[in-house]
Design a protein around this ligand. Structure first.
Ligand code: PMP
Length: 360
């Protein structure tokens, strides 16, 4: 630890992103990126002229993209917020809506960044265990009196809560903000959007990183009441008003225009996911029912870590988490059909080697 870091951050355990190794080419199924490139409209939008315009700052109000999103989802631009990836939005949400007094509540097994943001901002976090079957029990969050953060579908499980359960949480906590992180909703989850007109304490966080193939552009968006959006804007203008760059704004607008391409990619990913799920089950794996672009699976034949290492050896990267509650499992991003055929073949071969630690 540096001598210069202030004590407040000295014990901070930073988030560890999925590995991006450069030692060889892998089939990368470890960071939930899309296997498909951005739409042709996006590629055209990031033109040489657009690059030349980079001498100018981006529009801090992000008017064109906010309007495109508002039109697409039937809202007013005043209900839309944009930031440099949805991680940026989650960070602002912790900053804006949680402190030592309000505290935060989120599932014990969920997106690992929530815990980091809580620690970063000195927010006491109540981490609520999942049920035995890895589902979230919405009753645990009713009248909880804390800022609630729920990923729906949840990560890394892929399980989804129905709208009625999300509504129970939002309705029973009128004095608290309920953040619903819908990073994976386009792959079969149920969105909380219909609740927006009824509840002013709901913040829905979305991203262009997964279903719209723009992870590298860093673009997140959120929907909420004007009041919550305006609170978030206060923080954005107090940190970095140009937090979304010009090329990303153009890419995002073009991605919203290419809705058919987006729908088709989501359909392909869901179809491939369901095929892989069936294949893994046939190999004896336990696979949770996923509403996301990944599967969460374990095999009785070897530890989760051995499966991860064995697959890595075979050129396929999946994501393993060391938390003992889920260490039997791996999170497997759904890649292209071809990639997943290789994944299934290699997973089967690794299994039939049969012995623990065989992949090392
Ligand atoms: N929320 C969840 C549940 C995620 O899994 C991720 C991806 N790591 C994010 C938010 C952040 O995505 P991004 O910052 O790329 O928008």
């Amino acid at each position: 630890m540096s001598r210069f870091l202030i004590p407040q951050y000295a014990s901070l355990e930073a988030y560890v992103p999925g590995e991006q190794p450069r030692d060889r080419r892998y089939i990368k199924l470890n960071t939930n990126e899309s296997p498909y490139p951005p739409s042709p409209e996006v590629v055209a939008a990031v033109s040489a002229d657009a690059v030349r315009d980079l001498r100018l700052y981006s529009d801090p109000e992000c008017r064109d993209l906010k309007k495109a999103l508002a039109d697409r989802y039937g809202l007013s631009p005043k209900n839309v917020y944009l930031a440099n990836g949805s991680d940026d939005i989650l960070n602002f949400a912790f900053m804006a809506f949680c402190d030592r007094e309000t505290g935060a509540a989120f599932p014990e097994i969920t997106y690992g960044f929530y815990r980091v943001f809580a620690a970063l901002h000195g927010v006491p976090a109540l981490e609520i265990p999942l049920r035995e079957d890895f589902s979230i029990d919405y009753r645990d969050y009713r009248n909880i009196g804390r800022t609630v953060v729920i990923a729906n579908p949840n990560a890394p499980t892929g399980l989804s809560l129905p709208l009625s359960s999300v509504e129970e949480i939002v309705k029973s906590n009128p004095g608290q903000v309920v953040v619903v992180d819908e990073a994976y909703v386009d792959f079969g989850g149920e969105t909380a959007l219909p609740l927006l007109e009824k509840y002013d304490n709901l913040l829905i966080v979305r991203t262009f990183s997964k279903s719209r193939s723009l992870a590298g552009a860093r673009l997140g968006f959120a929907f909420a009441s004007e009041e919550l959006i305006s609170d978030l804007e206060t923080l954005r203008y107090s940190t970095n008003p140009y937090n979304v760059n010009r090329l990303t704004l153009l890419a995002g607008e073009a991605a919203i225009r290419s809705d058919d391409y987006f729908t088709e990619n989501c359909r392909k990913i869901m179809k491939t996911r369901d095929w892989v799920s069936g294949e893994l089950k046939a190999l004896g794996f336990t696979v949770l029912p996923s509403c996301a672009n990944f599967l969460f699976a374990s095999t009785p034949r070897m530890s989760g870590e051995d499966f991860y290492l064995g697959m890595k050896e075979r050129g396929v990267l999946v994501r393993h988490f060391s938390n003992p509650k889920i260490s039997d499992f791996n999170r497997i991003t759904v890649g292209s059909e071809e990639e997943m055929e290789i994944f299934v073949r290699e997973a089967g071969a690794l299994q039939s080697e049969g012995r623990k630690g065989q992949g090392r």
